[in-house]
Design a protein around this ligand. Structure first.
Ligand SMILES: Cc1cc2nc3c(=O)[nH]c(=O)nc-3n(C[C@H](O)[C@H](O)[C@H](O)COP(=O)(O)OP(=O)(O)OC[C@H]3O[C@@H](n4cnc5c(N)ncnc54)[C@H](O)[C@@H]3O)c2cc1C
Length: 406
């Protein structure tokens, strides 16, 4: 686990008792330096801090939790990455020999800790950033331990920070349980139960891949849109290994390659009630940030009739769920695999940098000239996966900052 920094760069004001007025007095000192604060010590934040420090930018990382990789600690224990280990490593690092092609959640936790330790990354734990504001030529970062100052702020708080469940009509009256896929827990706890999974995206298929091996009483998948879905492996080939090649293709061609692969591997899933995908996998990833789902048994269970694909949820009543076609089903438990939100409204909502879904309008090496020194990383999905993308964005941000010479 990373330790607190031994050296505190002079570019940062850290006294919890200081007020912003006092901090403003230190702006003159800050104006001659390139200090950066990275918010969040996940893969994106660690990669960004590493790139900045390597480029000579004095940097600290503020992390609200008391240890690294807290989001991975909280995820369900069966979780293995959908991305290949060689494309799920932080810059210059790798997984130990013997790590499976798709590392377990625990291997990811170890990897993040090893990386942070190997580079002595200056993570300050237990510091939650509440709001940031731009003043003249620097950023004031308000935290639960007092304000900090920096020339650059890199927001790396994760695109899946807040589980999102739609406000379904009647949900409060439902006699069963409604949980988010983030709280899936152990697959075996669903044995003998009637389970409805809502959402045929990446999280929905992750849950279904695990439930496919469990004897549930009933299992339904409510799909509003058909997924863009690929198998984790074709024969011995880990499909995600091809992602750097796919990422270089024009969108239309990447869409076509994915659709053809999906069709060749799975056949026509509309025969099993799956709606058509509204557009290609690469296009949806870019336009509405929908990640590509990975199959590891769920499609076989759909074809075998173990999972029934049903229409979108219309509303809840006490005894069940009314679907888009007017039919009712009566699950014991509903798993909402309905995505996540960035939850950035409080931190940066006043800056006009978020779209309607709370996703930053710029990411990686992109910036808003009106807000110099504000950067976001890890806020969009990528065909390459979040880890490989974290390295690319970290490099781009460091290059921009060094190039600007602010
Ligand atoms: C179930 C699931 C499976 C996934 N599988 C894969 C996969 O196989 N491959 C892949 O590439 N991606 C996967 N992802 C996406 C995954 O989230 C990313 O890979 C990666 O964890 C994102 O890293 P990040 O650094 O952007 O965000 P995070 O890992 O979420 O890190 C953000 C950090 O910021 C901290 N933070 C948040 N708010 C504040 C604040 N206000 N102040 C200070 N600190 C703060 C958090 O505590 C956290 O430590 C998966 C996601 C989920 C939900």
């Amino acid at each position: 686990m990373s330790r607190r920094p031994r050296l505190r760069p002079p570019w940062f004001a850290t006294g919890a008792s200081m007020d912003v007025g006092e901090l403003r007095g230190q702006t003159e000192e800050a104006s001659t330096s390139h200090g950066a604060i990275v918010i969040g010590a996940g893969a994106a934040g660690l990669a960004a801090a590493h790139a900045l420090i390597k480029a000579g930018v004095p940097t600290i990382i503020l992390e609200k939790e008391s240890r690294l990789a807290e989001p991975w600690h909280r995820r369900h224990e069966q979780l293995h990455l959908n991305t290949h280990r060689d494309l799920s490593a932080l810059p210059g690092a790798g997984y130990p020999a013997g790590t499976p092609a798709f590392p377990a959640r625990t291997a990811v936790i170890r990897h993040l800790n090893d990386f942070s330790q190997a580079h002595s990354l200056p993570v300050e734990f237990g510091v939650a950033v509440e709001e940031i504001a731009f003043k003249r030529d620097h950023w004031i970062v308000q935290t639960n331990t007092g304000p900090r100052l920096a020339r650059h702020v890199v927001v790396a708080t994760g695109r899946d920070r807040q589980p999102f469940i739609p406000e379904w009509k009647g949900a409060g009256d439902f006699a069963g349980r409604i949980i988010h896929s983030a709280d899936f827990g152990r697959a075996k706890n669903y044995a003998g139960k009637k389970v409805l999974v809502v959402g045929a995206g990446n999280s929905g298929f992750d849950v279904l891949n695990h439930l496919a091996n469990i004897e549930t009483r009933n299992m339904w998948l409510s799909a509003r849109n058909g997924p863009s879905i690929l198998p984790k492996r074709i024969g011995k080939i880990a499909v995600h290994r091809l992602s750097p090649f796919m990422a270089r293709l024009p969108l239309w061609l990447a869409d076509a390659v994915m659709a053809t692969t999906q069709r060749l591997v799975f056949g026509d899933l509309t025969k099993f009630g799956m709606p058509k995908a509204p557009s290609g996998g690469a296009s949806r990833l870019t336009s509405d940030y929908t990640a590509i789902a990975a199959d590891e048994g769920a499609v076989r269970a759909i074809k075998a009739g173990k999972i029934a694909v049903v229409p979108a949820v219309r509303e809840f009543i006490r005894d069940g769920v009314i679907l888009g076609d007017g039919k009712m089903i009566a699950p014991d438990i509903v798993i909402a695999a309905t995505g996540y939100r960035t939850g950035l409204e409080q931190m940066v909502g006043g800056l006009g940098v978020l779209d309607g879904k709370g996703v930053p309008l710029f990411n990686g090496g992109e910036a808003d000239p009106k807000l110099p020194g504000l950067w976001f990383t890890g806020m969009r999905p990528s065909i390459r996966g979040c880890f490989a993308n974290a390295s690319i964005q970290a490099k781009a941000i460091a290059q921009q900052i060094v190039g600007q010479g602010r």
